[in-house]
Design a protein around this ligand. Structure first.
Ligand code: FAD
Length: 396
């Protein structure tokens, strides 16, 4: 690594001199100059308000960042079905692309998946880059990484978004390393800086106790993964006007070190929490595993599903599949009913975007009431049966 001053941008303000912990910058005439005391710590990069200081990685050709244009969404598909998170990312990508004034593009990989490309234009993609090859029939880390990296090198997107699914979490870091850029995983908010148009990527950090906003300053593309259920889905229009551009894939068997023999689906029934319109979630306040049967009764009445806090999962009362929160699922139902959940920040992180939050808790000071639209102070074993009874009467 080495630090360089761009003479034409340096205005001689001396901010970098003050920032350098090693006294490694001197003024020569009206320009800053890096001396051999420099250890390339990078402190001066942040201090310079004029982007006159750059850090170059030795041996690597410096990228011209201005060549990178457009917002890309990885359109993850499995067995010929586009994953819902890709539609959510198209919705978010559209906002970002409009703010920068560039195109929104979907990247679709697979074998005989051309039919899905049209669907992606209906969700707002201006361009769908279609990479088809028989070796892309089933997802492999090596195959997908090679093809997407080749596409990025050739077409130079400014921003690349992927879903934080099992595949996205496997693929995104590989691709980021291959194309020599950074990656912010598990973002909960994406915005464009109105001044320099860079992507502001916000995610929970330090065990969820703070939200960190991360900027990819010197590398492109800017890459983020976003958990399913966090962003609003793009609206479908019948006549999507986007173009479909085939990408010529260079992929051979030798590029892929694994062979997928069979895909065996987990035999337990997956809980479709991310898709649910109504969630009745239980916390430690339930007191015992059997308490979830009561919540299931209420959820069934409302046509919803059962969610849970981590405390109950850790206690072995319910499967992790039901867990909502930072280390569980991120949900966005129309109604979220939190029963006996205190409202720890890690739980809130996974459900705060619900349209309506109803909290039932014995403790009027429980933090859950700060995010709740409706709060019921009381014992859940009184309140929930009363709700079920009331719904029974409505049914009658
Ligand atoms: P408690 O905090 O014990 O709250 C129980 C609540 O029930 C209390 O408010 C009490 O007043 C109320 N109560 C008791 N009895 C009754 C009753 N009969 N009727 C009504 N109310 C009653 N947590 C998550 O949920 N999801 C995550 O993904 C998650 N990830 C985490 C990641 C990290 C790195 C860390 C450090 C923690 C994480 N946690 C997560 C744990 C989180 O910090 C809390 O410990 C957890 O959410 C607490 O669960 P709870 O609200 O069920 O239990």
């Amino acid at each position: 690594m080495a630090i360089f001053i761009l003479e034409d941008k340096c205005i001689g303000c001396k901010l970098c001199l003050k920032s350098c912990p090693f006294d490694a910058i001197e003024m020569v005439g009206k320009k800053a100059v890096i001396t051999d005391k420099c250890v390339a710590c990078g402190a001066c990069l942040e201090a310079c308000k004029f982007e006159a200081i750059i850090k170059e990685e030795s041996g690597k050709e410096k990228k011209d960042l201005t060549q990178y244009k457009n917002v890309w969404v990885f359109a993850e598909q499995r067995q010929g079905k586009i994953m819902p998170v890709a539609i959510e990312l198209l919705g978010e990508g559209r906002k970002l692309a409009n703010e920068i004034g560039v195109k929104l593009c979907a990247v679709l990989l697979g074998n005989k998946v051309e039919g899905l490309a049209k669907e992606l234009t209906q969700y707002g993609a201006d361009t769908v880059y279609l990479a088809e090859h028989e070796l892309l029939d089933k997802y492999t880390t090596d195959g997908y990484t090679k093809v997407i990296s080749d596409m990025i090198e050739a077409l130079k997107p400014e921003i690349v978004l992927m879903g934080a699914t099992h595949i996205g979490r496997d693929l995104a870091p590989r691709v980021a390393a291959r194309v020599d850029t950074g990656l912010t995983a598990d973002c909960t908010k994406l915005e464009i800086d109105p001044e320099d148009k860079k992507l502001l990527q916000t995610r929970p950090a330090f065990g969820g106790n703070i939200m960190a906003t991360i900027v990819c300053q010197n590398h492109r593309p800017q890459m983020s993964t976003v958990r399913p259920g966090v962003m609003d889905k793009a609206k479908k229009v019948e006549n999507g006007a986007g173009e479909i551009v085939p990408f010529s894939v260079v992929l051979e068997k030798d590029h892929i070190r694994t062979e997928v023999l069979e895909i065996v689906k987990a035999d337990k029934q997956q809980v479709a929490l991310e898709e649910a319109e109504i969630i009745v979630a239980g916390g430690r306040g339930l007191g015992k595993a059997e308490g979830f049967a009561l919540l299931k009764k209420l959820a069934d009445k409302l046509g919803g599903v059962v969610g849970a806090s981590r405390a109950t999962v850790d206690a072995g009362w319910i499967d992790h599949d039901h867990q909502v929160g930072q280390t569980g699922k991120t949900v966005k139902p129309r109604i979220y009913i939190a029963c006996g959940i205190s409202g720890a920040i890690q739980h809130i992180a996974g459900m705060q975007s619900s349209d309506v939050i109803i909290a039932i808790n014995k403790n009027p000071g429980a933090p859950i009431f700060q995010v709740a639209d409706y709060g019921i102070v009381g014992d859940l074993y009184d309140v929930v049966p009363a709700l079920v009874d009331a719904l029974d009467r409505v049914d009658d």
